[in-house]
Design a protein around this ligand. Structure first.
Ligand SMILES: Nc1ncnc2c1ncn2[C@@H]1O[C@H](COP(=O)(O)OP(=O)(O)OP(=O)(O)O)[C@@H](O)[C@H]1O
Ligand SMILES: [Mg+2]
Ligand SMILES: [Zn+2]
Length: 363
C-alpha cells in the first residue's frame, strides 16, 4: 500500500463524527494506531468514555470509511476505553478513588431523578465503566429500595465505610445507616455535613464515575452541596410539562452560578407507553425539553418513556437496565449514559492528581 492511500484511510477514519462527544474521531484524538499487517489493516481506537453498546456500529463505520477511501483488504478494529478525571469547580479537591462525579439534579421533586440516577449508573457499568452511586437525598433516600440493598455497610477501621455492592455498583446512602421509618429532622448545615461525610468516608474503589442523586430542589442545601462536592458535570432531569421545565431552568442557573458544567437535560416520561397495547403517546405534549435546550444552549441527552415497567422494576429493587437489559428502555438509558460520559470526555482534563503541587522551600 502506498503512503498516499494510507493517509487517505487515516483521514477518512478521522472524519467520522462521534455522536457522543460531538467531535470527529480525529479531533477527539481517538485514533491510537493504524497498522498495515500482511493480512490487512489494524485500527486501534481509544475512546475517553465507555461505549460497549456502540462498538459494533463504530467498527462498521470505520470499515465503511476505509472502503470508501479505496481500501479493499481486511480491516480489524479494536476499541479501548480510557476514562480520565475531568476538571471540577475551583477550590474543591477530588475524592480519593473517584475519577468523576456526575450530579443528577432536578428543580422539581418527583420527576424521576432517583430512578434515572440508578439506571444511569447501571447503564454506565453496562457500557463498561466502573460506576457507583451516592444517594444524597438525606430526607428521603430511595437507592436502598431501588437497588434492592438491605443491611449495614461494613467498616474495617471504625472510621471509614465500605460501599455496599449491588449489580456491580458501589453504593452509599444514608438509608443504609438509619432505619427507613426514622424521620429526618436535620437542618441544612447538618445535612451538608452528613453528606460530605458519606462522600469522603466511603472507601470508593477505582471508580470512573460516581453518580450523585441530589435531593430535589434548588434551595440552600443543594447550593451548598454544589459548592462543596467536586463535580465534573451535571445532568438535569425534567418531565415535559411547563411547570417542571420552569424548575429545571432554576437547576440550570444554580449550576451556572457554581461553575459546574451542565452536560445536558434528560427528559423523563417524555412519552407514555400503553401497558395494554404498547402504543406510544406524548400525553404531556412534545418538544418541552427541546425548547428549554435551545433557549439555554444545553443539550438533550435523551428521553425515557413513562412506562409502568420502569416503576415496577425500580420498586422491586431491580432497575430496568438490569431487569430487562436487552429491552428498548435499557437501550435508552445506555444511550443516555454514553451521551453523558461522552460529553464529559470532550471536556478539560483534571491534572491535579497527575502533577503534585510544587512546594518551593527556602533553605
Ligand atoms: N419513566 C418512568 N415511567 C414510570 N414510572 C416512573 C418513571 N420514572 C420514575 N417513575 C416512578 O415515579 C416515581 C417517582 O420517581 P423517583 O422517586 O425516581 O423521583 P424523584 O424525582 O427522585 O423523587 P423525589 O423528588 O421524591 O426524590 C417512582 O415511583 C418511580 O418508580
Ligand atoms: Mg429521589
Ligand atoms: Zn393502548
Amino acid at each position: 500500500m502506498t503512503d498516499s492511500s494510507d493517509e487517505k484511510i487515516n483521514s477518512a477514519v478521522a472524519a467520522i463524527t462521534d455522536p457522543h462527544t460531538g467531535t470527529s474521531l480525529g479531533d477527539g484524538k481517538s485514533i491510537s494506531e493504524v497498522t498495515v499487517t500482511p493480512t490487512g489493516l489494524e485500527i486501534r481506537l481509544t475512546l475517553g468514555y465507555p461505549a460497549n453498546g456502540w462498538h459494533d456500529e463504530l467498527k462498521s463505520l470505520v470499515r465503511d470509511a476505509a472502503a470508501e477511501a479505496g481500501y479493499s483488504g481486511d480491516v480489524q478494529v479494536t476499541i479501548e476505553t480510557k476514562v480520565v478525571a475531568h476538571e471540577v469547580q475551583k477550590g474543591v479537591t477530588p475524592i480519593k478513588g473517584v475519577k468523576n462525579i456526575i450530579a443528577v439534579a432536578s428543580g422539581k421533586g418527583g420527576v424521576g431523578k432517583s430512578t434515572v440516577s440508578s439506571n444511569l449508573a447501571l447503564a454506565l457499568a453496562a457500557e463498561g465503566a466502573a460506576a457507583g452511586i451516592l444517594d444524597a437525598d438525606i430526607y428521603g433516600p430511595s437507592q436502598p429500595r431501588m437497588l434492592g440493598i438491605s443491611g449495614r455497610p461494613q467498616t474495617s477501621d471504625g472510621k471509614t465505610l465500605e460501599p455496599m455492592i449491588s449489580y456491580e455498583l458501589q453504593a452509599m446512602s444514608i438509608g443504609f445507616l438509619i432505619d427507613e421509618d426514622t424521620p429526618m429532622i436535620w437542618r441544612g448545615p447538618m445535612v451538608t455535613q452528613a453528606l460530605e461525610q458519606l462522600l469522603n468516608d466511603t472507601q470508593w474503589r477505582e471508580l470512573d464515575y460516581l453518580v450523585i442523586d441530589l435531593p430535589p430542589g434548588t434551595g440552600d442545601t443543594q447550593l451548598t452541596l454544589a459548592q462543596k462536592v467536586p463535580v465534573s458535570g451535571a445532568a438535569i432531569v425534567t418531565t415535559p410539562q411547563d411547570i417542571a421545565l420552569l424548575d429545571a431552568r432554576k437547576a440550570l442557573k444554580m449550576f451556572e452560578k457554581v461553575e459546574i458544567p451542565v452536560l445536558g437535560v434528560i427528559e423523563n416520561m417524555s412519552t407514555h407507553i400503553c401497558s395494554k397495547c404498547g402504543h406510544e403517546e406524548a400525553i404531556f405534549g412534545t418538544g418541552g425539553g427541546e425548547r428549554m435546550a435551545s433557549e439555554y444552549g444545553v443539550d438533550i441527552l435523551g428521553g425515557i418513556p413513562l412506562d409502568i415497567r420502569i416503576r415496577e422494576d425500580a420498586d422491586g429493587g431491580r432497575p430496568t437496565v438490569v431487569a430487562d437489559p436487552d429491552g428498548a428502555v435499557a437501550g435508552n438509558y445506555r444511550s443516555i449514559a454514553r451521551q453523558v460520559a461522552g460529553r464529559l470526555a470532550a471536556r478539560k482534563r483534571n491534572y491535579s492528581e497527575v502533577f503534585p503541587s510544587i512546594v518551593v522551600q527556602n533553605t
